[in-house]
Design a protein around this ligand. Sequence first.
Ligand code: ADP
Ligand code: ASP
Ligand code: MG
Length: 410
Amino acid sequence: MAILVMKFGGTSVADLDRIRNAAEKVKREVEAGWKVAVIVSAMAGETNKLVGYVRSVSSLYDAREYDAIVASGEQVTSGLMALTLQEMGVPARSWQGWQMPMRTDAAHGAARIEEVDTAAMLAKFEEGFDVAVCAGFQGLAPGNRIATLGRGGSDTSAVAIAAALDAERCDIYTDVDGVYTTDPRLEPSARKIERIAFEEMLELASQGAKVLQTRSVELAMRYKVPLQVRSSFSDEPGTIVCDEEEIMESNVVTGVAFSRDEAKITVQDVEDRPGVAAAIFGPLAEANVNVDMIVQNISDDGRTDMTFTVHLDDFERARATIDGARESIGYAGLVADRDVAKVSVVGIGMRSHTGVAQRMFSALANDGVNIQVITTSEIKVSVLVQRKYMELAVQALHAAFGLAGEARAG
Ligand code: ADP
Ligand code: ASP
Ligand code: MG
């Protein structure tokens, strides 16, 4: 059975006309002979609205009820998409996460997919249904509860279903026509990338490029799912995310990513001894706080400062956790800065080229952007800057690494 996966994001199913537009694309693939698994997000803005309801009712909410509420957006669009297809004469039915079922772990709000059972879906394809419309973002957690996969999680639903169905391809339809050298909303000269390596896409996504959820790229890489990011509103070919061997020429830097909402915490005057980092970061890990950049200052008289960054959403939890562990850590004070952003340059060419960090630092210096923290990996350099300089930093780096598209005439 030749199966295709087509995922439509929130803007692509934002109203009934857009659902019809997406359904037309699905119909064309069915007419070309494919069985199609369509994965849908909630209508644009719907998940934010539902999250807002939860937060208005309860600040320290029960994550299982959060999931019951926020998963409902996808239930609506999956039913509407199936109905729209039926009206067009395409045999289709909807599948909620629990109906497949797509089993997840118990980490409500950010659950990981453990298994996708495709037997029932495949049986329906055999029976003559051409399309299975799957609600993205949701699965079934232990205890028979609905789970959600974290914001942007429909991308991950799509890739997991593509892997489980051994689909020919997984196309992610969205409101941009591919992966760009940086977010085209921030830098209009950003250029569409024809092919990008899984590793690069993984770094860009994890450093803030929300065009794909990080876990979707991880899964696609692990299960070798051919992935394409393309537009719902045109028929242009999109960006292929593939193995690096399939890319002819690689730039030193492929893209610039940014994460606007970061926070920096400095634990002041801790003893410079074995175990102090564990005393700080152990409780943070237990509290499910995702720590990103970490720096330890040079020791002065056996005392030192430890600085780390977290996403702004985790800031209060991080501060409360460190406060709670004050005795075991033994520090003099905490300094917090909620006014920082992270900017990263990514490229597999960095493995074989030196001087990327230096070029990055000079470009930022030329524009007067002060760097607060630096981290590197084999294919990435990230810097932390004051939030108000984030746009400037992205634009400066985009230009410094020659990423801009060709200037258009006129
Ligand atoms: P969907 O609702 O379809 O899942 P998202 O809003 O999650 O769409 O992701 C698409 C958005 O990602 C684009 O509108 C764009 O603003 C943003 N984006 C960030 N970085 C990039 C990038 N490097 N290339 C393309 N889009 C990007
Ligand atoms: N609707 C969910 C969100 O807005 C999942 C997704 O769109 O991927 O995060
Ligand atoms: Mg998305």
